[in-house]
Ligand binder design. Structure first.
Ligand SMILES: Nc1ncnc2c1ncn2[C@@H]1O[C@H](COP(=O)(O)OP(=O)(O)OP(=O)(O)O)[C@@H](O)[C@H]1O
Ligand SMILES: [Mg+2]
Length: 275
């Protein structure tokens, strides 16, 4: 196990054509061409509020944080020693370590690419918050889809970022782990398997040391991004989590060095197990 070279990723990223952020924010009522695709363009264009300032990939595209998300994205889009992961789980050992922050910004960063479509799915029924990051409400979502109450296209929101869709968590179920391993969940995952290689699903999961959900999802996804809150995440909890999630599935560890005290976006580092 060794650290990846960030310089490689930066070089690759520079070779990649990235469409400017402003031109990709879709106006309301935009009628994007529908493709033969169940989830990436099938959702509704819902009227949302303002997205959070913490969505740095959009609000501060030239910041170090946004830059780092581009590097993380490049590592995912151009893996050196594995197939491109199309279903990605974002988790961490404990609460408040930056999972939602990472999932949302990574999703935006990937969708801002030329060809890539992203569906962000909030699997944290106990503390759903992806919808807040993107400026939407959470009335119905994954729970209602998984219990057969609604069809997928009826709960997927086409966000104002072109090629970025959102499936909010919905209401709190009694049995989150069971729901996440249901056949309807498999159907959702199948939407990207063997299809166009530019379609991604990113799952925002609850903490792996406190709930079973991250472990259930880990079995179904292609890869995991593990978030570590610098100076806060206990070493033993990190070790246990990575071991039980399956080290071979970890695409990278994000070291989130956000400092509450300074209220700045802080330093934000990524190091990788794999090159
Ligand atoms: N790098 C960062 N820069 C700025 N704010 C951050 C950063 N990382 C996390 N935060 C903020 O810290 C708080 C906790 O982050 P977040 O909600 O992403 O954590 P989480 O791991 O998803 O928490 P939970 O386990 O409760 O779902 C949020 O207000 C988030 O916006
Ligand atoms: Mg969260």
């Amino acid at each position: 196990m060794r650290m990846g070279k960030l310089s490689d990723a930066i070089e690759r990223r520079q070779q990649e054509t990235t469409v400017k952020t402003e031109s990709l924010i879709r106006g309301r009522g935009n009628t994007a061409t529908r493709e033969n695709n169940q989830i990436f363009l099938a959702g509704k264009s819902s009227v949302g509020g303002a997205y959070s300032q913490k969505l740095v990939a959009l609000t501060a595209p030239n910041s170090i944080d946004a830059e780092n998300f581009k590097i993380l994205k490049t590592r995912i889009l151009f893996p050196k020693d594995r197939q491109k992961p199309k279903t990605i789980l974002v988790t961490s050992a404990l609460p408040e370590e930056g999972k939602t922050f990472v999932a949302a910004n990574l999703g935006v960063s990937i969708a801002l690419g030329v060809k890539e479509y992203v569906l962000l799915v909030d699997c944290d029924f106990r503390h759903p918050s992806l919808h807040n990051m993107l400026g939407y409400s959470n009335k119905q979502g994954l729970h209602e889809y998984l219990t057969g109450k609604v069809a997928l296209p009826d709960v997927i929101i086409r966000t104002r970022v072109d090629k970025l869709s959102l499936l909010t968590a919905g209401s709190l179920p009694d049995n989150p782990p069971e729901l996440l391993s249901s056949t309807l969940m498999e159907a959702l995952l199948k939407q990207v398997k063997g299809r166009d290689e530019n379609r991604f699903i990113i799952f925002d999961a609850p903490p792996s040391q406190l709930t079973a959900e991250a472990h259930v999802l880990a079995n179904h996804v292609d890869g995991i991004i593990f978030v570590v809150r610098a100076t806060k995440s206990p070493r033993e909890a990190i070790r246990k989590s990575i071991q039980t999630l399956g080290e071979e599935k970890i695409l990278g560890v994000v070291f989130n060095g956000y400092s509450e005290r300074s209220k700045s976006y802080g330093k934000y580092y990524k190091k990788y197990y794999r090159e």
